[in-house]
Design a binder for this molecule. Sequence first.
Ligand code: ADP
Ligand code: MG
Length: 261
Amino acid sequence: MSHPEQHPVRPLVQARNVHKSYGDNNVLKGIDLDVNPGEVVVILGPSGSGKSTFLRCINHLEEMDRGYILVQGEQIGYQLRGERLHRLSARAIARQRRGIGMVFQQFNLYPHMTVLQNITEAPIGIHKQSRQEAERYAHELLARVGLSDKADAYPRHLSGGQQQRVAIARALAIKPALMLFDEPTSALDPELVGEVLATMRDLAAQGLTMIVVTHEIGFAREAADRVVFMDRGYVVEQGAPEDVLVDPRHPRTRAFLSRFI
Ligand code: ADP
Ligand code: MG
């Protein structure tokens, strides 16, 4: 009997030995993480453990001190020429960053722009798409996040949950290969959290590659392919949600999760 050939997938994200300090505060102490195409990785961990800093290193909002991160095989911020690493130009870094969408706790929509203008601003201004094409895709994205009727609304007329869904559509407008979410529901009133998580669950089901920092254990259980527990600058434990969330091995993971039960 023949065996199907194994084609190892190349991870979309490969982080190796990532270190980052602020002064003498060692925030990241050697983070290793692979994320495969289509995978949804949820990062859990106490406040101050370095989760945001790590996400910010992935899209080069922060520069790491040691280690490296490859996204789609390209090293973020650097290029290997011959034997030597060269720092990329601001322009080349901006190009890399465009492959990565990010959604923050604070949605920061442009208040003077309509929802449609918020979403099409980058595709038209930076990617030089035609207005027609950018608007066509923006309407498609608004349908995906359940806001088809809000294209002409201004952010101040939307609820927090609706604004965050617009922020997600805006991040998707550049067709990122990878989406980073940093506590996207933490600033929302409790009754608005569900609609944002539902949108994120849909995106996960559609095969988008996502790294999500959240304290929403339910989302981790239902939507994550893998849960990563970070504490004090280390990845302490990772694995399938049913393992890490139900039967964590590390005492610090157990202590953290016990707060949610
Ligand atoms: P988390 O997202 O897990 O709560 P952060 O990555 O935000 O953790 O922060 C980790 C540590 O790094 C904290 O001690 C925080 O005070 C520090 N830190 C984060 N950003 C900066 C910065 N820009 N300058 C100085 N210290 C920072
Ligand atoms: Mg954070």
